[in-house]
Unconditional design. Structure first.
Lengths: 111, 354
């Protein structure tokens, strides 16, 4: 019986997770279908340009390029060198606003 | 089981938050990737470093922050005190006044012709008679320069030789010429530049009893609005209301020695100005005029109720209605002809008195 319950719990967790992932997939699909994802993307892009994030990241890219040399630099080099810093450099206000919008969308379309 | 009907609402808040965060980081990563692709392409295409300038040329365009100088390093009023030599009159003119001076000097500006004409006018006024004032006023009224000046001059030469303007100068000599107050009412009104001091008392009386006579400050022209009280009743020719007759009688007593030149047949004259001898002539003329213009004495509906009402009052007023219709046709000019109309009945009243 103990094994059975443990197994059941494990199964339940998996079920939960799969349900969760199903939910996630469903939400993503809804985001795309309703065009909300595009809108959010545009909004984020505009905000990042406004706050100078883009220029900062470009400067970072320049450094990577100078490091690696113009001829040899690849996309992966750039991505690997820039993306983590990019994520950190997003200003809080932009992050908050976007999260707000996403939550609102979720609340509206969760059923 | 419950888990099977799990929906989003079943997810607790933390899970929702986590979900939102995930969506957010997906979006940010998309942005970063987009940037990296752009930069990589720019590097490979060779235009990534184009907007960089070398340090030396950067120093040339640095922002200047000194007093007395703008951010480019230029002095503000550098040219204020400089003087330029005019190519036309070879004078030394201050820089800020150079353009207006050139306008006047070359005679090509917007106001230069006006000012020049005014100067001519003022110099003329001091030397010549008042009749020249008209010309200058007319010219001054035109905004343009040469073309309209020519027009104005032409207009002046076409003026009626019998207009009071001309006769006035004669009057001063003889003292008793026809003062017909007729300033060519149905032509352009050239009665500008009237100075009341030069007119004799009888002329003044004749003018002021028929016209407004207020001299405008701007154009120096005399207002020629008719003072006759019931211009509507001018349409009635034959039947006359008693008060109107009395009014005319009182006005007729004002009558001075003013005469009407016979050739002024088409012009409208105040009834008060008619001397008895002239009346029969005038009696015929308006009627013939009205008949010819109306093309028949029949009543014509012109759609104006006021005149229709007048026509009704007129008993058998064939010529009256004809003239009223002619009045309608002629529009503005007709109004100025109205003073003529009571003339035909006036002699009859006088005859009664006599």
């Amino acid at each position: 019986m103990v094994c059975g319950t443990a197994g059941n719990k494990q199964q339940q967790r998996e079920i939960n997770m799969s349900k969760e992932s199903q939910m996630r997939a469903a939400i993503n699909q809804k985001l795309i279908e309703m065009g909300e994802r595009e809108r959010l993307k545009e909004l984020l892009r505009a905000k990042l340009i406004e706050c100078g994030w883009r220029d900062q990241l470009k400067a970072l890219c320049k450094e990577v390029i100078k490091e690696k040399g113009i001829e040899n630099v690849t996309v992966e080099d750039l991505v690997a060198g820039v993306t983590p810093k990019g994520r950190a450099l997003v200003p809080d206000s932009v992050k908050k606003e976007l999260l707000q919008r996403i939550r609102a969308f979720l609340a509206q379309h969760s059923t | 089981m419950k888990m099977e009907d799990m929906s989003l609402s079943g997810l607790d808040n933390t899970k929702l938050e986590a979900l939102a965060h995930d969506v957010y980081s997906d979006l940010v990563e998309d942005a970063c990737l987009g940037l990296c692709f752009e930069v990589h392409r720019a590097v490979k295409q060779g235009y990534f470093f184009l907007d960089d300038t070398d340090q030396e040329s950067m120093k040339d365009f640095e922002i200047v922050d000194q007093p007395g100088v703008d951010i480019f390093g230029q002095v503000y009023n550098q040219w204020k005190n400089k003087e330029c030599v005019c190519p036309n009159c070879s004078r030394s003119i201050a820089a800020s006044r150079f353009a207006p001076h050139l306008e006047k000097c070359l005679g090509m500006g917007r106001n230069s012709s006006r000012i020049a004409n005014r100067r001519i006018a003022s110099s003329n006024n001091t030397s010549k008679s008042e009749s020249d004032q008209e010309d200058n006023d007319d010219i001054n009224d035109n905004d343009w320069s040469y073309g309209s000046e020519k027009k104005a001059k032409k207009r002046k030469s076409e003026k009626n030789p019998n207009s009071p303007r001309r006769t006035k100068s004669l009057k001063h000599k003889n003292g008793e010429l026809s003062s017909s107050v007729n300033p060519d009412l149905y032509k352009y009104n050239y009665s500008s530049g009237i100075s009341y001091e030069t007119l004799g008392p009888e002329e003044l009386r004749s003018i002021l009893t028929t016209q407004c006579g207020v001299v405008s400050e701007h154009t120096k022209k005399m207002c020629t609005r008719s003072t006759l009280p019931n211009s509507d009743t001018m349409l009635e020719n034959d039947s006359y209301d008693a008060p109107d007759g009395q009014l005319i009688m009182s006005r007729l007593q004002w009558d001075g020695s003013s005469d009407i030149s016979p050739s002024d047949s088409a012009s409208s004259k105040a009834s008060t100005n008619n001397s008895e001898s002239k009346r029969p002539k005038k009696k015929k003329k308006p009627s013939t005029l009205s008949l010819t213009s109306a093309g028949g004495g029949g009543e014509r509906d012109k759609g104006q109720e006021r005149e229709r009402g007048d026509r009704e009052r007129v008993a058998g007023g064939g010529s009256g209605s004809g003239s009223s219709s002619s009045q309608n046709a002629l529009g503005l000019s007709s109004r100025k002809k109205r003073p003529k109309l009571p003339v035909p009945p006036a002699p009859s009243i006088y005859d009664d008195l006599n």
